[in-house]
Design a protein around this ligand. Structure first.
Ligand SMILES: Cc1cc2nc3c(=O)[nH]c(=O)nc-3n(C[C@H](O)[C@H](O)[C@H](O)COP(=O)(O)OP(=O)(O)OC[C@H]3O[C@@H](n4cnc5c(N)ncnc54)[C@H](O)[C@@H]3O)c2cc1C
Ligand code: FES
Length: 271
């Protein structure tokens, strides 16, 4: 893990809520893996004190000589609103890379379905690039409330993924839930499939039901409010299934954010 003061290279606004921040750091980019995240301060001032967790979205520069990385941010509260006002050349404190990465399919022949909703798209350009470079056929299912909420479609298309869109209001792609075209695709698929998802919890649970019913491996990237990001404060725990039939808590920042979906307990055992 590196603790660095990094320079913002650029800030690109995608719409009224979402923006991409590129940082210069070949060192962090060389260490980062798809699914991992960083804890980043939101201004170069001391307040707010807590850094915010953000997924690595893309690594910049040639594979052999990375020059930096980008994050995709949705403005949701005070910290991300301050980030939306960042200017190039601002320096921010960063802890990275943190957490677990997505794992490649256990079968090199598997095709991969990446299922994402809203800003849950953030880790997928990096993952899609890796999977396509390794020879996997990749289909990205991107869901959102409206066309304006669909993120990373152009990036995933540019990387060589097949892109399937779904919106709640029908303003782009399939009119309905993103899990509907996923189900249709899996019904038609021949050969092995590995599924990856990130987005709202109801979406990931629905993807889990679909993958389990077909016996498909499924990795999910979870979110939780995080204070430290390094395993100390226990603000980010989730219940997971133990091999002996019991359960325990794991920390999303250390044992996650990427988990095998079949290890997760979606309903808290004490609820
Ligand atoms: C592993 C991981 C990766 C993430 N990747 C992205 C990403 O790529 N793009 C993106 O836009 N968002 C991402 N998030 C969510 C993002 O961290 C929160 O939206 C952000 O911290 C909210 O900060 P805020 O100050 O604007 O909101 P506030 O609600 O004002 O935040 C107050 C506090 O709660 C924490 N917090 C609130 N909501 C969340 C949340 N959903 N997850 C984690 N901490 C939260 C903040 O860190 C802060 O300490 C990720 C979260 C995790 C855990
Ligand atoms: S955020 Fe502190 S233990 Fe996970």
């Amino acid at each position: 893990m590196l603790e660095k003061r990094l320079v913002v290279d650029s800030v690109r606004h995608l719409n009224a809520r979402c923006f991409v921040v590129a940082f210069r750091s070949g060192e962090v980019a060389a260490a980062a893996r798809a699914g991992q995240f960083l804890m980043v301060s939101v201004t170069d001032a001391i307040d707010p004190l807590l850094r915010r967790p953000m997924a690595f979205c893309e690594l910049l520069g040639p594979v052999t000589a990375r020059t930096g990385f980008s994050i995709l941010v949705e403005r949701t509260g005070r910290g991300t609103t301050l980030m939306s006002r960042l200017q190039p050349e601002t320096e921010l404190e960063v802890l990275a890379p943190l957490g677990t990465a997505f794992r490649p399919p256990s079968d090199a022949e598997d095709q991969c379905c990446l299922v994402m909703g809203g800003v849950g798209s953030a880790p997928f350009p990096l993952l899609a690039g890796d999977l396509i470079a390794a020879g996997h056929d990749v289909t990205a299912f991107i869901g959102g409330r409206t066309a304006d909420h669909l993120l990373c479609a152009d990036d995933l298309d540019r990387l060589g993924a097949r892109v399937v869109l779904a919106t709640d209001d029908g303003s782009a792609g399939h009119h309905g839930l993103v899990t509907e075209p996923l189900q249709h695709h899996l019904d038609e698929a021949t050969g092995g499939v590995t599924v990856y998802s990130c987005g709202p919890t109801p979406m990931m649970r629905a993807v889990d039901d679909i993958a389990r019913a077909r016996g498909l491996p499924h990795q999910v990237s979870l979110e939780a409010p995080m204070a430290c990001g390094i395993g100390v404060c226990l603000s980010c725990v989730v219940p997971v299934q133990e091999a002996d039939g019991g359960w325990s808590y794991q920390r999303i920042c250390r044992e996650g954010p990427v988990f095998d979906a079949d290890s997760l307990i979606w309903e808290h055992p004490d609820a």
